[in-house]
Write a protein that binds this ligand. Structure first.
Ligand code: ADP
Ligand code: AMP
Length: 217
């Protein structure tokens, strides 16, 4: 399984990635998570990308492509992977095609989570993440039992610093201008699997696994 999860910010890519990687036993590669981990560690890459994330702008293609190309050559990616949040531009998609071709690999499918703008805005505005285990909650759709505390590991929940009104607007603009054209790109390649992302997280996952079973296994 060599999969891409495509969809606007807040569409549920990370939520589905947890389920997909458990079922199909492939590594979860989230460029957003990689960047945030570098920013936390204050590495050279973290310092380079921090401003882009803070403003909700895309990190330059050269930087992002290099990170993913390196990650895909690691041994755990030999038999498959799930890319979450990459590619986000046509240039990234083309670089990925070339990189995979060099490795003698091809994509299995591109899952496109279709979610309306008003829904993703609410999902991002209500998102809360566990500082311990990374579990994602939502103030509107999936509240923790105790306010601010993770149900699973009892650690404190935090809000992503880019889930603010202004940054959300920038991220949606970047998605519409730079990422949405990838839907046509992968559709023309016969790889696109559209999934209704407005359903509950479990229903979305059922649709994803049903589509993968039908078309690709
Ligand atoms: P992305 O990785 O695409 O930015 P996330 O998986 O982090 O999105 O989800 C964004 C927010 O929406 C989180 O708070 C998550 O708990 C919530 N969420 C995800 N999927 C659903 C869903 N199907 N229905 C309701 N809320 C959801
Ligand atoms: P995400 O966690 O996927 O919502 O990504 C958070 C932020 O990381 C984005 O708003 C961008 O600033 C940056 N980012 C993540 N993936 C990419 C990518 N493929 N290309 C450029 N920037 C990215």
């Amino acid at each position: 399984m060599k999969l891409i999860l495509l969809g606007p910010p807040g569409s549920g890519k990370g939520t589905q990635a947890v389920r997909i990687t458990q079922k199909y036993r492939v590594p979860h590669i989230s460029t957003g998570d990689i960047f945030r981990s570098h920013i936390r560690r204050e590495s050279a890459l973290g310092l380079e990308v921090k401003n882009y994330l803070d403003q909700g702008l895309l990190v330059p293609d050269e930087v992002t492509v290099r990170i993913v190309e390196n990650r895909l050559t690691e041994p755990d990616c030999q038999d498959g992977f799930l890319l979450d949040g990459f590619p986000r531009t046509l240039m990234q998609a083309k670089a990925l095609d070339e990189g995979l071709q060099k490795l003698g690999k091809a994509l299995t499918a591109v899952i496109n989570l279709e979610v309306r703008n008003d829904t993703v805005i609410k999902r991002m505005a209500g998102r809360q993440i566990c500082s311990g285990c990374g579990e994602t909650y939502n103030l509107y759709f999936n509240k923790p039992q105790t306010e601010g505390i993770c149900d699973k590991c009892n650690r404190a929940l935090y809000t992503r610093s880019d889930d603010t009104e202004e940054t959300i607007a920038n991220r949606l603009r970047a998605y519409a201008g730079q990422t949405a054209p990838l839907i046509g790109y992968y559709s023309r390649k016969g790889l696109l699997v559209p999934v209704n992302g407005e359903q509950s997280a479990d229903e979305v996952f059922n649709s994803v696994s049903g589509a993968l079973k039908l078309g690709f296994l």
